[in-house]
Design a protein around this ligand. Structure first.
Ligand SMILES: *Cc1c(COP(=O)(O)O)cnc(C)c1O
Length: 443
């Protein structure tokens, strides 16, 4: 068993996170429950800061808030000296409700609506990462009409394929994101922005994918971007002040996942950029990265209560929990794998092989296909590790299942930061259809 962050097995043989017995947490808040180990998030933010500082470059670490967004998380990100990526009005709203400094907010997305762009321009956020010509034309008109300046990066697809699942790789040419390099789209976008009175082209952005375990991908992306920069210097006299290489730093979900120390990614990408910049006799740009899962993924653990089981002789034993694809859709969405333990009996030896099923009416609602556990009984607490990213943020109400509560733990303290949804929340925004025709009620 491989524990994460401050997790340990205490003298009662139970899993403890942030100095809090998971039994205390399930009694206080019920299950399913997301538990975030704040010390782990702090340590990862610190590792990123130190990596850039030891390389003596200017930088911003923008937390990709889609991984897990709520007011308490935005406040924490601010205290940790992070910047913030948002990709919708809802994520921007949450950040603003949390009082996150707008100048450190960056807006992403392949289909930002005019209303979202307006919201970002009005708020005066730090930067918009322009993804396509549709958005660019709206942004040009809007900043002009309001006489409001805006810093922009252009998102490009560097043609680097991260070695990762197809749905979470984005840097290849055939992608819905960003401007294509080969056809000259990126160059045309640069010219348009340069000629515009209110837009300032700060630099370039690329994001090659997620759950990346090799630093070479970032190195290649930097080299590839510099190939284009050479052309842009000649044609448009454009050299980026900011080089944003995106996120996607891999984490450990299951055994077999072998993430690199965070500084290795940073060392390699900075080294590559320093080399390229020196060849051109230009300054090293400011570095921006956008980690999501690398900051919060391993810090999150989901606690479930086990319920029914179905043993099919010589086939499989299904153990069901009180959540599933409503709080963690990643296994169903991209065959994501997870590790787990019985939190209330974490000291016991594994005795059986089970498959952990969710409670939704979908055969694909499985959390873990093969998991070795002590003989599972109903009422045990199953702790699934590394659910801090894209778990709660992808949570949904399928089968009208309620979204879990979220609790932060640190130094023996625990505090609820998102309340468990209540049944009344489900119908709060609903109305009867009053124009129903009389025939509906006729027998
Ligand atoms: C999703 C995303 C990220 C964060 O990805 P992680 O794998 O969580 O680090 C960063 N930048 C962009 C543009 C993204 O779309």
């Amino acid at each position: 068993m491989h524990l994460h962050g401050t997790q340990k097995i205490n003298e009662h043989g139970r899993l403890e996170i942030g100095g809090v017995d998971t039994n205390v947490l399930t009694e206080a808040y019920g299950t399913p429950l997301f538990v975030y180990d704040l010390a782990d998030i702090r340590s990862r933010a610190e590792q990123f800061h130190e990596a850039f500082q030891s390389n003596h470059v200017t930088y911003q670490i923008a937390y990709a808030s889609k991984a897990f967004s709520c007011i308490a998380m935005m406040e924490l990100a601010d205290r940790l000296g992070l910047s913030l990526d948002v990709c919708s009005d809802g994520e921007l709203f949450t950040a603003m409700q949390a009082g996150f400094p707008v100048e450190r907010i960056h807006f992403h997305g392949n289909n930002k609506t005019p209303a979202e762009l307006e919201m970002a321009v009005d708020a005066g956020i730090g930067c918009i990462v322009v993804d396509n010509f549709t958005e660019l034309s709206w942004l040009m008109a809007m900043t002009e009409a309001n006489a409001k300046p805006m810093e922009v990066l252009i998102r490009i697809t560097p043609g680097v394929e991260a070695h990762t699942h197809e749905y979470i790789s984005t840097g290849q040419e055939d992608s819905k994101f960003g401007f294509d390099l080969n056809s000259g789209q990126a160059g045309r976008a640069i010219e348009m922005i340069q000629a515009h009175e209110y837009l300032h082209l700060l630099g370039v952005h690329s994001h090659i994918g997620s759950q990346i375990f090799r630093a070479e991908g970032f190195e290649e992306a930097v080299k590839e971007i510099y190939q284009s920069i050479r052309v842009w210097i000649d044609r448009y006299d454009f050299y980026p002040e900011v080089l944003n290489v995106g996120g996607g730093f891999g984490i450990r979900y299951a055994e077999g996942d072998k993430p690199l120390p965070l500084h290795v990614y940073i060392d390699r990408m900075v080294e590559a950029a320093k080399k390229e910049a020196a060849l051109l006799d230009r300054p090293v740009p400011e570095f921006w990265i956008e980690p999501g899962r690398a900051l919060v993924g391993e810090a999150g653990t989901t606690l479930y209560t086990t319920g029914s089981r179905k043993d099919i002789p010589n086939v499989r034993s299904y153990v069901s929990v009180d959540g599933g694809m409503t709080d963690n859709i990643r296994p169903a969405l991209y065959q994501a794998e997870y590790a787990a333990v019985l939190a209330n009996r974490a000291g016991e030896r594994a005795e059986e092989l089970v498959s952990v099923a969710g409670k939704c009416c979908e055969s694909g609602d499985m959390l873990i296909w093969d998991l070795e556990l002590p003989a599972v009984e109903k009422g045990d607490t199953l702790a699934v590790f590394s659910t801090g990213a894209y778990g709660y943020s992808m949570a949904n109400n399928y089968n009208r299942i309620l979204r879990p509560a979220v609790v932060f733990v640190e130094d023996g303290l625990h505090e609820c930061v998102i309340e468990r949804e209540q049944l009344a929340d489900l119908t709060r925004r609903e109305r009867s259809y009053t124009a129903a025709k009389a025939v509906d009620t006729a027998k």
